[in-house]
Design a protein around this ligand. Structure first.
Ligand SMILES: [Zn+2]
Length: 485
């Protein structure tokens, strides 16, 4: 069992009182040493009163024989009997706040005890029942994503017995008070017993780490309830420039399948991530290592003839998700891998794949039909983001604002783009949600054409929640360009 590295703070609301006779001196120190739970009995007729027997206080009784703690309600009120103590039950409710320690170095990140998540802290409701000043039983219920699946739900039952000394005193009104801070400082911890119950999931899910949202969406379609999916990036992030962060290491470390684009798109962060966090089953050549660009035809591949420097598309255009048939290929490939990794759910994966493919084929046919009137429509783009979209819609890119993929424009290049846009009669400037608008606005003003933001991936625009939405919304926006401008 792994434990999160946490610091905790508890806020408890409740009360605990001690009664002791008026004849006692105002302050009394008691020594206690419990090596077993104190023998106590709850008096049914007085549910809030607990009485101790002699044997619960063996150590104390030896040193101060005049202190006996035998008392029951039936013998009369505690306050009237000298040398007799009785402690009230205490029931408290509260909250426990837990903060996760940050990972400060790559070496830390590799250590097993580090658990890092997106959520830096969590609040856990707690309830505590104190049998007496000597023993208490906190119950802590935790729920949430503190450390991922294994500890999503926790129940702590923690009997604590005292060891040491605590003090009781009487205030000016003659009421007994426990000196809690003193008691607190020397209590409990040495003999604390921790019982931790971790409900384990009925079925172990295959954990899929998807580098981009489109693969996360596809993994959810094919894996359904048999998988849990984590997307390393979201739809409004530039996938070319993802920064490493500790939570990625944690998710890759736990993953059974890595599902990414490849073709250099994740070169800035994925190799480090695999080195730091991934198990052998996620390395290249394993069924758990699924790279889309190895299964589809790449557009704009590097050639010996073309020796221009390519900043980010050195291995070909990686934005393969915008060709519907690529999604279909990857659905089949993913299902093949899942069957190998999780053979027990073979039938589930097969059914989900065939249901998805049927829907996908139907939808694709509709998109093809709708796209026919877009064929030949000239546009300008910022980056070579849309090559696969052009492939099936027939839309023609007159120019790109970037000089080369990943290389920002210069003034003279923008002038060229303007000329090209004008001469081609470009209808719009296509923009992925994360692309900079500066050069686009300049061009938009001078060429008199709108900047049209397309979703690019799942989550790129509001309402684009799955792969079907991605193509539906993209087409609808392009149709609008076609009809209005
Ligand atoms: Zn790119």
């Amino acid at each position: 069992m792994t434990m999160p590295m946490t610091t905790s703070m508890s806020i408890m609301i409740g009360s605990q009182k001690a009664h002791f006779p008026q004849t006692r001196p105002p302050t009394t120190l008691m020594s206690t040493a419990h090596l077993r739970p104190p023998a106590f009995s709850a008096n049914r007729s007085s549910p809030c009163r607990v009485t101790f027997s002699d044997e619960s206080e063996t150590t104390t009784a030896q040193s101060k024989k005049n202190w006996t703690y035998t008392k029951s309600r039936a013998q009369g009120p505690a306050d009237t009997l000298p040398h007799t103590y009785a402690f009230d039950h205490a029931r408290r409710i509260g909250a426990r706040r837990t903060r996760l320690s940050p990972v400060s170095s790559a070496a830390d990140a590799m250590r097993d005890e580090y658990k890092v998540e997106h959520y830096p802290s969590t609040i856990t409701p707690t309830a505590e029942r104190a049998n007496s000043g000597f023993g208490r039983t906190p119950l802590k219920l935790g729920r949430g994503s503190l450390t991922h699946v294994e500890t999503d739900a926790q129940v702590y039952l923690q009997p604590i017995m005292s060891l040491g000394t605590y003090a009781a005193t009487r205030n000016n009104w003659g009421r007994a008070m426990l000196l809690k801070p003193l008691a607190w400082a020397i209590w409990g911890a040495p003999l604390a017993v921790l019982v931790m119950v971790e409900p384990s999931p009925a079925v172990a899910e295959v954990r899929i780490f998807a580098c981009e949202p489109e693969w996360a969406a596809l993994a959810s379609e094919i894996g359904g309830d048999a998988v849990s999916v984590y997307a390393g990036t979201h739809g409004r992030q530039d996938p070319h420039y993802i920064r490493m962060r500790p939570s990625l290491i944690e998710h890759v470390r736990r993953a059974d399948v890595l599902f990414c684009t490849g073709a250099g798109l994740e070169d800035g962060w994925l190799p480090v991530l695999l080195q730091l966090g991934a198990s052998a089953s996620l390395q290249h050549g394993q069924p758990g290592h699924l790279i889309a660009s190895e299964h589809v035809r790449l557009l704009d591949p590097p050639s010996v003839v073309d020796r221009r420097p390519r900043h980010v598309h050195a291995e070909g255009n990686p934005h393969v998700q915008l060709l519907p048939e690529n999604i279909g290929y990857m659905a089949s490939e993913l299902a093949r891998r899942l069957v190998v990794i999780d053979p027990e759910n073979t039938e589930t994966y097969r059914q989900q794949l065939s249901a998805f493919q049927e829907r996908w084929r139907g939808a694709s046919a509709g998109w093809m039909e709708r796209s026919s009137r877009l064929a030949g429509m000239p546009v300008v783009a910022y980056h070579e983001s849309w090559a696969y979209l052009y492939e099936w819609t027939g839309i023609r890119q007159a120019a790109a604002i970037e000089r080369l993929p990943g290389v920002p424009p210069t003034v003279s290049h923008l002038q060229e783009v303007l000329e090209l846009a004008r001469s081609a009669g470009a209808r719009a400037i296509l923009r992925a949600p994360y692309e900079p608008t500066k050069g686009m606005e300049w061009l938009s003003d001078r060429a008199g054409i709108p900047i049209v933001e397309l979703p690019f991936t799942v989550g790129g625009l509001e309402g684009v929640d799955n792969l079907f939405d991605l193509f539906d919304v993209t087409l609808a926006l392009l149709e609008e360009v076609h009809d209005q401008y």
